[in-house]
Design a protein around this ligand. Structure first.
Ligand code: C2E
Ligand code: MG
Ligand code: MG
Length: 608
């Protein structure tokens, strides 16, 4: 099997090599792998040249006496150097040379012209057409050897400039793409499987932003060294055959690296490599005396199952890497068509969501919070609704996570807060002193300006702080307890109340919650669903209610649908409930009508 010429040709490191040896410029390995093409109308001449070159260590030959078919052969096989006869029946060497130089992929291939004529006109004409060198017939073996070696060394130098990334010295995108197409061609021909692993550094942008681009560059260099060393380790290679180019690392752009594995036996081989790479990043990098912990995310695609063409594989490996990042980074993910479908859906939804925000297509619904003991409405939770023209109603369970991933939750969350406060002011104006509960995602907190935003919204809407309740999730409190406690305290100082939403679905315990300045705890609907029959949930709900009350928290049960559930909660001292039993979330006008019906608010005079 022919080796990939692009990887075979490498400039030699000249240290420790005898100045006279042919290895001074080009390694023996490179000589062995170099693809030498000979075009000559005399087969004997080609045999002689080939025999000389074989003696010198070359093993890869392409020969043809058909000058008319030679160009096609070159385009297909991409030789590293061409020995070209000038005088041939059919197409002459001059014509062929002109054609070669007008082919973009052959433009820089070294061409050594074989000529019996030594007149300067012939030489000049050949040089003008782009010949690299001359070799006089009859061929002298030493001269042949030296001229080819020099041509290869020059090509290797050119390749190095054109094909290597200046920062890391790794193969660049150009070389990677050529290797990929070469590898796929061989894999198709020999019915083999190969794998592509895309590696992205986690939060690299943050490194650049906080430590500066110079440090960013140092990180890239250090990471590429470590990844390359890991891939070279014999145990990684031993599962493949031990060809030097069986596995190669390239840097395509920024923090995007690519590993091409030219042959795997099982998909598991690819995940072994991914795990090795993840493992190797576990120890910190030492940069300018600082320890830096860098993790990576790895996407994997397999040929042929994940794409027939290089372009498909590249698209899919990018999706797979995105998936690894979604799974929390510092991990790997195989591509799957479902990933593709999900990503497509995400992209469509994301665009649609942006438009919906611009066009005010999102609407707030309100679900009453009801006092268990009296059945009175004593509050309302704002719940976002999105009705898409074609797709219909899209559940917040789908679009809120999307808004969080894309950062859209920041403007969206502020919009919700503003609208909810304005609506609550309207209830107040109608005579209903009803607090409004607003869900806030942890990303909104991470920005750190939540207290300031709340303050400004309260001010502009004119809502009393006591009539705003912020609902938080457990994950927020678990994330970064110290910073979050400070922020929650700042919000409390404004007079706003805090509620722990969906309690029981995370990992926090009640004793842990004591550290946070909370006012309310909402029991998640999964515990309410099977009440009162499920003894486990009945016990949990019973004890959560009593402990929460012991901590001075108001307890609200979510998702109450049946009178039996309601009675159980009432009996155990749960203060409030929300649920379809009383009312589904309603659009503002219907919610206002419900208030008018169930309370004294919005009497005719107030409504106008
Ligand atoms: P959540 O805050 O726990 O809201 C309660 C969810 O339970 C709502 O789902 C509500 O419609 C539903 N629900 C209420 N009563 C019943 C019932 O009796 N039975 C059942 N099966 N379900 C009931 P929804 O509106 O689909 O919202 C889902 C989640 O999306 C919310 O859970 C909340 O976490 C999030 N969300 C909604 N609006 C916003 C928002 O404006 N901002 C943020 N950050 N999250 C929001
Ligand atoms: Mg909620
Ligand atoms: Mg909830």
């Amino acid at each position: 099997m022919a080796a990939n010429p692009l990887s075979a040709l490498s400039l030699n490191d000249t240290t420790d090599i005898d100045a006279q040896s042919p290895e001074r410029l080009v390694s023996m390995q490179a000589l062995r792998d170099a693809r030498v093409m000979i075009v000559d109308d005399e087969p004997i001449m080609m045999d002689v040249v080939q025999a000389f070159l074989e003696d010198a260590g070359y093993t890869n030959f392409l020969t043809t006496d058909d000058s008319d078919g030679a160009l096609d052969m070159m385009l297909k096989e991409r030789p590293d150097v061409l020995l070209l006869d000038l005088i041939m029946p059919g197409k002459s060497g001059f014509e062929l040379l002109a054609e070669i130089r007008s082919e973009p992929t052959l433009r820089y291939m070294p061409v050594i012209v074989l000529t019996a004529a030594s007149d300067s006109d012939t030489k000049l004409q050949a040089l003008e057409l782009g010949a690299t060198d001359f070799l006089a017939k009859p061929v002298d073996p030493s001269e042949l050897n030296l001229r080819i070696r020099n041509a290869l060394a020059f090509k290797a130098y050119q390749d190095q400039l054109a094909y290597n990334d200046a920062l890391t010295g790794l193969p660049n995108r150009q070389l990677f793409l050529e290797r990929l197409s070469w590898t796929l061609r061989l894999a198709r021909r020999h019915n083999k499987q190969c794998a592509l692993l895309q590696i992205g550094l986690d939060r690299f942008k943050q490194i650049n932003d906080t430590l500066g681009h110079e440090t960013g560059d140092e990180v890239l260099k250090a990471v590429s060294k470590r990844l390359a060393a890991t891939l070279r380790e014999s145990d990684t290679l031993s599962m493949l055959d031990d060809r030097e180019d069986a596995i190669s690392l390239s840097r395509l752009a920024g923090d995007e690296f690519m590993v091409l594995v030219s042959e795997i036996k099982h998909p598991e081989d690819a995940s072994i490599i991914a795990r090795r790479l993840l493992e190797t990043m576990k120890s910190p990098l030492m940069l300018n005396g600082h320890e830096l912990f860098i993790t990576i995310s790895v996407g994997i695609v397999l040929f042929p199952q994940d794409g027939q063409q290089g372009t498909d594989l590249l698209t899919n490996v990018d999706l797979a890497m995105g998936q690894a990042k979604l799974h929390g980074r510092n991990t790997y993910a195989f591509y799957s068509p479902e990933t593709n479908a999900r990503s497509f859906e995400r992209l469509t939804l994301e665009t649609a969501l942006r438009k919906a925000m611009e066009r005010n297509e999102l609407e707030l619904y309100y679900q009453p919070k009801v006092e268990t003991a009296t059945g009175r409405i004593i509050g309302a939770e704002a719940l976002l609704r999105w009705t898409h023209k074609e797709l219909g109603a899209i559940s917040p369970a789908r679009f809120i996570p999307l808004a969080e991933e894309t950062g859209l939750i920041l403007p969206l969350g502020e919009l919700v807060l503003r609208q909810a406060c304005q609506d609550a002011v309207k209830w107040q104006q109608g005579g209903c002193n009803l607090p409004v509960s607003v869900n806030v995602s942890s990303l909104q907190f991470r920005r750190g300006d939540m207290p300031a935003i709340i303050q400004s919204v309260l001010q502009s809407s004119g809502l009393q702080a006591g009539n705003l309740i912020i609902e938080l999730t457990e994950s927020l409190l678990m994330e970064n307890a110290k910073a979050n406690i400070d922020m929650l305290r700042a919000i409390k100082l404004l007079g706003v109340r805090l509620s722990m939403d969906d309690f029981g679905t995370g990992y926090s315990s009640l004793s842990y919650l004591k550290r946070f300045p909370l006012d309310e705890l909402k029991i998640d609907q999964v515990f309410v669903r099977d009440l009162p029959d499920d003894p486990g949930n009945a016990a949990i709900v019973g004890s959560v209610i009593s402990m929460a009350r012991g901590l001075g928290l108001t307890v609200t049960a979510e998702g109450v649908e049946t009178p039996a559930q309601m009675n159980f909660l009432k009996m155990h001292g749960c203060d409030l409930f929300q649920g379809y039993l009383f009312s589904r979330p309603l659009p503002l006008n219907e919610f206002t009508a419900l208030l008018a019906q169930k309370t004294n608010c919005f009497s005719k005079s107030n409504m106008n």
